[in-house]
Design a protein around this ligand. Sequence first.
Ligand SMILES: Cc1cc2nc3c(=O)[nH]c(=O)nc-3n(C[C@H](O)[C@H](O)[C@H](O)COP(=O)(O)OP(=O)(O)OC[C@H]3O[C@@H](n4cnc5c(N)ncnc54)[C@H](O)[C@@H]3O)c2cc1C
Length: 365
Amino acid sequence: MRTSYKILGAGPAGLTAAINLRKKGYNVTVYEKNEGCGGRINGNLQGIENWSSPKTMGQRLDSMNINPSFLLKPFYSTTFMNTERSVEANSKKPWFYLIKRGAAQDSLDQGLRRQAERCGVEIKFSTSATAKDVDIVATGPRAGQLYAIEKTAIFETNLNDMALVLMGNQFAHRGLSYLLVSDGYASLGSVNFGKFGDLEQCFNNTLKKFEQILGIKIKDYKVAGGVAGFSPSPTLVENGKFYIGEAAGLQDAGFGFGVSMSMESGYILSQVVDKPAPEESYQNAIKKRFGNHIKSSVVIRYLLDKMGKNNYNDLINMLRKEEDLRDFFKGFYNFPPISRILYPFLNKSSVIATDQHLVPSPFKV
Ligand SMILES: Cc1cc2nc3c(=O)[nH]c(=O)nc-3n(C[C@H](O)[C@H](O)[C@H](O)COP(=O)(O)OP(=O)(O)OC[C@H]3O[C@@H](n4cnc5c(N)ncnc54)[C@H](O)[C@@H]3O)c2cc1C
């Protein structure tokens, strides 16, 4: 009878799986190539989406046995803008929860690390291994599946808490630029979906534009960021190994909200490993939870690309008419009839970037 599991990668997917396998009584060892957790996306503020489940965020974390011992701040309002117009969109329930990634004590990564170590998971840092050495692969984005890249400026500021989204291909190719501020800590980024070689220019345009909008000068900033990988047909089992999180290609092709999918896939795997046919059970459970979500995200990417041709004016107009921002996202990710009609006709592989070789060295996978 199996008594232990080896996991490759101490990101949100690997650690969520580790915590839950340990809770089931297995000995768990996690191999992490960096010297600590959260090294891949060190310092970024991120958002965990709050529309893909009817549960509250507290219930979602609780159902995965995750203690929210990290920054988890609800956001109810966001300003969306392009060069012509802007709209402040609001929601009754939080539409996302702000988290921090990286080495800071209040980051998601450190919260998960503390919980994993407290329950007896052994994490071996500065240890690079390969899929053949382990049972579960949770190594994040895979070469060949990259579809988005982000450069981020991290800085301290006097600005109040806020979320701003700036759209326009000069700021973020097929993507979005954003500013998130929480308690004097800011993350300002450009997320390109493709055209990886244009990232630097887009980032510089974004920085200038936000300085102009806010009337501030952003000088002393630390650079962060990274790449994201997506597959329209996730690889959940390969050569007898389980894949979770972005290593499986589990991501959101629309906006890149991958954290919740990574954590949940780790949890889902931990719940099926001791079933009679674990591989099939895992594949079925992921399909049930994320099948339509992934398909919806491909349609969203297609619609965003269409709207980008008109400077995203249609998106801003839609948001102006929308009463609740969370309902807006929930509607689109619930595989509505329009998505069901469009999906079969879309070229799914066009989501993947054709110029992945242009990923600059700090962000290489
Ligand atoms: C800049 C940026 C901003 C983002 N913003 C958001 C956001 O706002 N909201 C959201 O939901 N998602 C966001 N994402 C996506 C999100 O970060 C990922 O979906 C999520 O981190 C994936 O988790 P994971 O555990 O699958 O992989 P990762 O977080 O990549 O963790 C994988 C771990 O495996 C380790 N590893 C890799 N290879 C090896 C090896 N051979 N041996 C040992 N260890 C290895 C890595 O060092 C890393 O610690 C963003 C991504 C980026 C890059």
